[in-house]
Design a protein. Sequence first.
Length: 377
Amino acid sequence: MTTPFDVISVEIIPVRLPLIEPFVIAYATYTHTESILVRLTLRNGVTGWGESTPDEAVTGETPERVLADLCDALAPAVIGVDARRIDAAINQLTTLRRSSPTAVASLDIALHDAVGRSCGLPVWALLGGRSPGSLTISRVVSIAAPGAMAEAALRHVAAGFRTIKLKVGDAADPELDASRILAVREAVGNNIGLKVDVNQGWRTPAIAIRGITASRDARVDYYEQPIDRRDLDGLAKVRQATGAPIMADEACQSPADALRAAQLGAADFINIKLMKSGGLHNAIAIDAIAHTAGIGTQVGTMVESSIASAAGLHLASARSNVRFLEMGGPLMHADDVGDIRSWYHHDQITLPDAPGLGITVDDQQVDRLAVDRKVVA
Ligand SMILES: [Mg+2]
């Protein structure tokens, strides 16, 4: 039986989004974001947008693989699906491509957008409601010399940001990382929040304990993924040995990972990213497990465009357990496909009361930034 909510076609559009300045983290330097956009069309004529932004170091997915997974398996599988049946749809897609959460994420986001637009409801309402008020984000500082990082942090503080996130992660010299963190603390003073993301860079618990001990006086909000993502036991050891607040990022992708992190006492916080979880539906499960275990969450980003950033903001807005938010992609791109920048004012973000993701995607911008285009119907 057909319904007005059935998916009748999927467009798959890889794009390259230039960054304003190169982004440097422990394992890579980026000048562009490579995203794969999807646009679903329902029988009722409503469309929904989604985005996959792969990071091979995190999920093992390259842009080429995401494109192939979408074209060969995932997009054909959603043709004919009733978009309102999101749980069934995501379970089916996850079964088809269990190790491709980033590819699944774009379709999950597009299904939520299309259902919201069809019903006149914002995605945050589909996810459980919205706390009043605006959301606050931090700005990120790339790895550099301590003085240069302190200068970059001061620039962000001058632009109105009250929390700064530092990228570090030098296994050969964790004390140099500590001097980066301390230099920034010294520069910005004690009233600015500092987060530290090591991106697995300290590799082992012994090195992480050195880095954390040497930077203890900076009193940071958390140390994110200090060691190799495959070592959750080690993460628990670091947490126990230092007493420092620890966030799991690369180590925690699926609801099963969140459960294991909770059982091991490996983290105070979990960084949820839609590209790791396979979209909003599984992200809700991760947040529910974390909440039950007394673990706070952050909604993070792979430096995504307006589309996936909007989805992350709707998630953060709908869940009271979300303590931190990083949705800086729209502030880092020189070009975007949507208009989400109008939601941002310094470090405050206010979501509009509009259906679906609430953004307008500019077709001409998509055409200009597209490197290919496929249609599955
Ligand atoms: Mg991280």
